[in-house]
Design a protein around this ligand. Structure first.
Ligand code: NDP
Length: 318
């Protein structure tokens, strides 16, 4: 008899093949079928695989749940502390996406600074021929770049910045063992920077840490890049600053109400928008899927997991 697994969200055929080989897989139905399904099948479920988080309501309808394997490194859509209290191991997929997300951050900065998307439109619309050379842009060479959240991905971003002659500085709650200047005060760092790149976790601890004061400190020539979570930036304050010319530009992969994006951004040539695709390449998504399944396989083998989130690390005795 294979153990019963709750599947939340969509997975690739490769992931589904691995899950089916080891578990009896039960996709979580939408309402109105969900309540009956949880009442009938919930007590059998011992494992969960999710690509879109797990509500506490669903988690608590699974009395025998032992592991939640989450696809992605950010896990702000799972209450991991609550899971840990219940003895449930939550795992995520750190490191395998560092390079991809770091590349996305650089891409967004460069595209915004050099107006890649706006100038692509300039060519396609025939404006080059009609109006002549496009206006000059700000150089991304030799800039001061502040990383907000110098963790795994933040460090991968910092490594790339040397090639562009950047002075790298960072802000986080604690000083790291890293060769970059640390700013305990985010406003002070923003004042010293040409570019701010946000790559912290989401959730209540980082909600709106990029606020009007930080944006004003970055200033009319400054560029904000957000590859963290939409909740990290006060989007209304950002839009107002861009409309009033108090910020130079923004490169955004994530938004407060995804997939809804404020239409105020659509007419702005100094803004580059991406649909939360920081890690979204075939190779990286496959590596994330493999690690998500590896965590579940490891749990079946010996009750441990490869990459538990910090809140659950004590539950994994390896
Ligand atoms: P890490 O845990 O390695 O790094 C997070 C960093 O953020 C740490 O340096 C931490 O330092 C800092 N941090 C945490 N809270 C705060 C705070 N309140 N203020 C300032 N700094 C803070 O995580 P990863 O680098 O692996 O991933 C970071 C995040 O990137 C993910 O949680 C996710 O939200 C996002 N992400 C986005 C993707 C996308 O597609 N756009 C893809 C992958 C990840 P300290 O504890 O000292 O504060």
């Amino acid at each position: 008899m294979k153990p019963d697994l709750l599947l939340v969200g969509n997975v690739s055929p490769r992931m589904r093949g691995r899950l089916d080989a080891e578990f009896t897989v039960h996709p979580l139905p939408d309402e109105p079928a969900r309540a009956n399904f949880l009442a009938e099948t919930g007590p059998k479920i011992t494992a969960c695989c999710t690509t879109i988080g797990l509500t506490t309501e669903v988690m608590d309808a699974l009395p025998n749940l032992k592991i939640v394997s989450s696809y992605g490194v950010g896990y702000d859509s799972i209450d991991a502390a609550h899971a840990a209290d219940r003895g449930i191991i939550v795992t995520h997929t750190p490191n395998v996406l560092n390079d991809e997300v770091a590349n996305t951050a650089i891409l967004l900065w460069f595209a915004t600074a050099r107006k890649l998307v706006a100038y692509d439109r300039y060519v396609r619309e025939g404006r080059w021929e009609r109006e002549g050379a496009a206006p000059l842009t700000a150089s991304p060479q030799n800039r001061t770049v502040g990383i907000v959240g110098l963790g795994r991905i933040g460090l991968a971003i910092a490594e790339r910045l040397g090639v562009f002659g950047a002075t790298v500085v960072y802000h986080s709650r604690s000083k790291k063992d890293a060769p970059y200047a640390f700013y305990p005060d985010l406003v002070e760092m923003a004042r010293a920077c040409d570019v701010l790149i946000c790559i912290t976790p989401g959730g209540p601890g980082t909600r709106h840490i990029i606020n009007a004061e930080v944006i004003d400190a970055l200033g009319p020539e400054g560029i904000l890049v957000n590859v963290a979570r939409g909740s990290v930036v006060d989007e209304a304050a950002l839009i107002k600053a861009l409309q009033e010319g108090r910020l130079g530009g923004a490169g955004l992969d994530v938004f407060e109400e995804e997939p809804k994006v404020p239409s105020a951004f659509f007419g702005m040539d100094n803004v580059t928008l991406q649909p939360h695709v920081g890690s979204a390449t075939h190779a990286t998504r496959q590596a994330m899927g493999d690690l998500t399944c590896d965590n579940l396989s490891q749990y079946l083998k010996d009750g441990t997991a490869l990459t538990p989130v910090p809140e659950c690390a004590h539950l994994v005795k390896r």
